[in-house]
Write a protein that binds this ligand. Structure first.
Ligand SMILES: Cc1ncc(C[n+]2csc(CCOP(=O)(O)OP(=O)(O)O)c2C)c(N)n1
Ligand SMILES: [Mg+2]
Length: 605
């Protein structure tokens, strides 16, 4: 006798939580609205029933939520989910989507959609004024330029397949953020559980890039074997924690000078003899390796050598999301840089002659001398402490360097002082230095919190300009720090405004009216007590005007952070309008180019 089919109905929101579990989402960084009612209801039911689903972290501002997901992805390689409110929350997330896309960070941004039924035709139908005004013609258009993929969940029956697809696209190389919209009626729909099957990773998961063609690797090895001045320029190879040691081994073996161009991660121990600083100097290079780098130098300001033979090893050689790019190479090897550099090292080992080993060792010794010289120059710059109310950022960063320990993680959004942070705060450990890929200021507060969430034992130090600090919605960030016990140490360079804006004007109009009249429109309100913003959320704040007070203030802040609450050290550096600016010394090396312009990054974000 036939049995009646068993029907077990659940809401789409239920399958959505199951789907998030199945794709391995650990955190849902959220800023909810009316669109999420079915989801909030389902989460409450699951909690009551003791079922596990991603931990929800409520963020007062989407900027915090998005950059926390970004920071978590930088620290772990695992993309998380962000849930925001319809078009409005998407708009507030858009800048961070830009940053995530430029950083090739996997994350899943999701937003509800306004209900489309007007008269109660379906569960979830419009029941509020806002439902009539929050439906744009093209909600995804707000972030489309930055999303690798976007879609609207068309039906509850598609929930798990959609989440798997979003996750797979986001985590496949080159990685990036994706965007999914969830109509309220769809979240409220019910479906029989027999109709909603899982989509396991084994059969639908992400694709990683791999090693390179051995013939292409051999060609690069041959070039390196006869090189006299080989260089490497890299920015984000260090997202793989195996990269720094491998790059060092390769550089020592082949006598390669390693330069970091806007480092997004630490790519080689900066104490290595082969590390040659962050100002790409390439004029004398005969063979060069571009390794995981978006902007290896600024062509307008860099003397390129037309004779240099370049090989480009990158997870994204093509730069598929840059409308125009512009850096030539003779060999292009797209893939996993760690795998490819291992292949290259093997190929070199197999072919190396005693003469090559000898020449490479001599180059390493020469670089060691140059590195010592470079560091002595930096120490000299740091020796001048500055004056009351005009503390020298070099000195400040050198003191931070002494105090924080090798395993602390420095998040650098110092802008004009970004190069000072990179140069003066010595970093040697993989993962201990985090840079800024995008152009949207206000990333470092959330990024620091996301890293702290991923690495609870780490001391996370945020280095940020006053302008960048405002952009980072600090009241939201410190509220999250308090609520979820994520203490970070913020060091704020206060020059009362936007040095980058002033200097950008001077670069284009070096002798213009803006300079003559000192009208750069770059000054912000002076004498803001930034410490109070941190204190408002139970954090510790300290304003430092006197250079002599810097070391003890750092110690007090670190003690508070290690004790469990965030600390903000507000440091008065020379006001950008004044004359007390510290001269910026260019780095020198034996292959120093005649640089025609400004420093590499930190000038124009
Ligand atoms: C969201 C956003 N708005 C505006 C800018 C343009 N911008 C680039 S640098 C900068 C000033 C940064 O000021 P601050 O963080 O204090 O660093 P400083 O230039 O003083 O070193 C501004 C406004 C930007 N990059 N991002
Ligand atoms: Mg500033």
């Amino acid at each position: 006798m036939d049995k009646a089919p068993q029907v077990k109905l659940h809401s789409t929101a239920h399958y959505f939580l199951e789907g998030l579990n199945e794709i391995g989402i650990e955190y849902l960084f959220s800023n909810f609205g009316t669109d999420h009612a079915p989801l909030i209801e389902e989460m409450a039911r699951w909690k009551k029933e003791g079922r596990k689903f991603p931990k929800v972290l409520n963020c007062p501002h989407e900027n915090t939520a998005m950059h926390m997901a970004a920071g978590y992805a930088m620290a772990t390689g695992r993309g998380q989910a962000v849930m925001v409110h319809v078009d409005a929350g998407t708009a507030n997330s858009a800048m961070a989507m830009h940053n995530a896309r430029r950083g090739r960070l996997p994350l899943l941004l999701m937003a509800g959609k306004a209900p489309y039924t007007v008269r109660g035709e379906l569960p979830g139908s419009r029941d509020n004024y806002v439902h009539f005004i929050q439906e744009p013609f093209d909600q995804a258009g707000i972030v489309r330029s930055y999303a690798k993929w976007e879609w609207t969940l068309p039906s509850g029956v598609m929930t798990k397949e959609t989440l798997r697809r979003a996750h797979t696209v986001s985590h496949s190389d080159p990685r990036g953020p994706v965007y999914l919209m969830l109509p309220r009626e769809t979240l409220a729909q019910t479906w029989d559980e027999g109709a909603v099957r899982p989509f396991p990773e084994e059969r639908y998961g992400a694709v990683r890039s791999g090693a390179a063609d051995t013939a292409a690797v051999a060609q690069v090895a041959e070039r390196l074997l006869s090189a006299k001045h080989p260089v490497m320029v890299t920015s984000y190879a260090g997202r793989n924690l195996d990269a720094p040691a491998l790059i060092e081994e390769l550089a020592r073996f082949a006598g390669i000078r390693v330069l970091e161009a806007n480092p997004l991660y630490l790519n080689i121990s900066r104490a290595s003899p082969c590390f040659a600083g962050m100002m790409p100097a390439i004029t004398d290079a005969d063979v060069g390796l571009l390794v995981d780098v978006d902007v290896p130098w600024i062509p307008k300001h860099t003397r390129e050598n037309p004779q240099t033979w370049w090989a480009h090893v990158d997870v994204d050689v093509v730069k598929e999301c840059f409308p125009i790019w512009g850096f030539a190479s003779n060999a292009r090897l797209q893939g996993d840089s760690v795998l490819i550099l291992k292949q290259l090292l093997e190929a070199l080992r197999a072919r190396a002659t005693p003469a090559f080993r000898d020449a490479a060792a001599k180059r390493v010794e020469a670089m060691r001398g140059e590195g010592n010289e470079r560091r002595a120059g930096l120490a000299k710059q740091a020796a001048d402490k500055g004056k009351t109310g005009a503390i020298n950022p070099h000195y400040l960063c050198a003191e931070i360097s002494k105090a924080i320990g090798d395993d602390a993680i420095v998040v650098n959004e110092g802008i004009r002082n970004g190069p000072v942070v990179n140069n003066q705060i010595m970093r040697t450990e993989p993962g201990s230095s985090i840079g800024f890929a995008g152009g949207g200021l206000g990333s470092s507060s959330g990024t620091a919190l996301g890293i702290k969430l991923a690495k609870p034992d780490a001391t996370v130090v945020q280095m940020v300009g006053d302008g960048g600090f405002y952009f980072g919605n600090p009241s939201s960030a410190y509220a999250v720090s308090k609520q979820y016990k994520l203490p970070i140490f913020t060091v704020l360079f206060d020059n009362s405004g936007w040095s980058a804006v002033k200097e950008a004007t001077l670069r284009v109009y070096p002798e213009g009216d803006a300079k003559a009249t000192n009208e750069f429109n770059a000054l912000l309100a002076p004498d803001i007590e930034f410490t109070k913003i941190c204190e408002a959320a139970g954090g510790y704040g300290e304003r430092v005007d006197d250079p002599e007070a810097v070391p003890a203030a750092i110690q007090r802040c670190l003690k508070e952070v290690r004790g469990g609450r965030s600390a903000l050290m507000h440091v008065r550096i020379p006001v950008l309008g004044g004359n007390a600016s510290f001269p910026r010394k260019r780095e020198s090396s034996s292959v120093a180019q005649k640089s025609l312009g400004p420093r590499f990054r930190g000038d124009d974000v």
